[in-house]
Write a protein of this length. Structure first.
Length: 77
C-alpha cells in the first residue's frame, strides 16, 4: 500500500471546478481546500508507488485548472 499527500495549485478562479473533479478520482481518500501557496491537499492511497504516480500524472495533473503539484509520500516506520 502506498500513501501520498499531494499539494495542488490551481489557476485563479478554478478552485470550484478542480474541487468537483477531485471528487471523481477514486483513489482520493480525503482532500481539503487550503489558503496559501497551494489550494488543496489531497490524500491518495494506491496499491504501490507506481500506481500512485500514474494517478497523480494521469488523473490529477490533467484536471483543467491544475497548474502545479507537489507530492509527499508516506512510509511505515
Amino acid at each position: 500500500m502506498a500513501t501520498g499527500f499531494v499539494l495542488v495549485r490551481t489557476a485563479p478562479a478554478m478552485e470550484h471546478s478542480v474541487n468537483e473533479e477531485l471528487k471523481k478520482v477514486k483513489s482520493v481518500e480525503e482532500f481539503y481546500p487550503l489558503f496559501g501557496e497551494y489550494d488543496f491537499i489531497v490524500k491518495l492511497v494506491a496499491s504501490d508507488f507506481d500506481q500512485l504516480g500514474q494517478i497523480i500524472i494521469g488523473r490529477i495533473r490533467t484536471i483543467d485548472g491544475v497548474v502545479d503539484t507537489w507530492t509527499l509520500t508516506g512510509v511505515d516506520l
